[in-house]
Write a protein that binds this ligand. Structure first.
Ligand SMILES: [Cu+2]
Length: 146
């Protein structure tokens, strides 16, 4: 009987290890979604903490938005402008900051309800997916370029 119990404990333990290996290595902190004024797109900021190998953020989707683009800011003739990019680098054991004036997610076609949490699923080049929840809030200031 002792052997049976030990085998069971080992099975449960190895199962837990396998699940831990499959968990995304990226953690999201302080997610914020700010809705645009009128028909303007919403914007999402979040700090991503990567505890694993370097990867890239390659996309985002949400049932609450028609489409989500990855945007960054660049100087163009002395003007700060937004440009869409295909991915953002996520450094190994480091952070990717999506923040005002820098990299961000631009979210078009909001179809959720204000003040109700929405889920946004981030996709990474290594196959990981990370779902982040945030309650959209009204935009405090205008966003350059829109
Ligand atoms: Cu933008």
């Amino acid at each position: 009987m002792k052997h049976v119990i030990l085998a069971f404990v080992l099975l449960v333990f190895s199962g837990a290890m396998a699940r831990a290996d499959m968990a995304p290595s990226v953690m999201a902190m302080q997610p914020q979604i700010k809705l645009g004024i009128g028909a303007r797109p919403a914007v999402m900021f979040v700090h991503l903490h990567n505890k694993g190998a370097a990867t890239r953020l390659i996309g985002a989707k949400s049932d609450a938005f028609e489409r989500i683009e990855l945007h960054t800011h660049e100087m163009n003739g002395g003007m700060m402008r937004m440009v869409a990019v295909t991915d953002f680098a996520v450094p190994a054991n480091g952070m990717l900051h999506l923040k005002p004036g820098g990299h961000h997610l631009m979210m078009f076609g909001f179809r959720g309800a204000a003040s109700q949490a929405v889920s946004v699923t981030l996709s990474f080049a290594n196959g990981d997916e990370l779902t982040v929840e945030a309650v959209p809030s009204a935009r405090a200031k205008t966003h350059h370029g829109h």
